[in-house]
Write a protein that binds this ligand. Sequence first.
Ligand code: ZN
Length: 155
Amino acid sequence: MINSDLQSLYQEVILDHNKRPRNFRVIDPASSMARGHNPLCGDQIQIYINMKDDIILDVSFQGQGCAISTASASLMTDAVKGKSIQAIKLIFDEFHQAVTQDNIDINLDKQQQILGRLMILTGVKKYPSRVKCATLAWHALQAAIVKQSEPVKTE
Ligand code: ZN
C-alpha cells in the first residue's frame, strides 16, 4: 500500500468511526467501568465492560473527545469484544508499539483484519500529542479490567 493510500484510508476510518461510533452506549448493569482523561487534549471517556471469567463479553464507551480518541475507542470496542484478557493484552501491546515506535514494519495485508483496522491509527505517530488520544481508551479499558476506581490520566 503506498503512503497516500494509507493516509486517505486513515482519514476515512477516523471520520467514519467519529461520526458513527460503534458500541457508544452504557452497559447497565456492567461488571466494571472506568474513566479516562487526557488533559492534554481534553478527551474524557468512560469504558463499560461485562466480563465472565476472563472473557470480555461486552464492552461499550461514552464520553467526549476529539475525533482520534472517539475513533480509537470505537475501533477498540470492536477489536476486544469476545476476547480473553490475555488476548487483549497482546493486541494492546502490539498496537501500543505500533503507535509509539518507529521502524515497525506494518503490512496491513498480513495483519489479521481486526488488528489491521487498529493499525490505521498508526497514522498518529506523525503527531506525537495525538498518541495519547489514540491510547486513552485502552488505558481506561485496562483500568476497567482490574476494577480500578481512580480515573486514568494520560499525564
Ligand atoms: Zn484527543
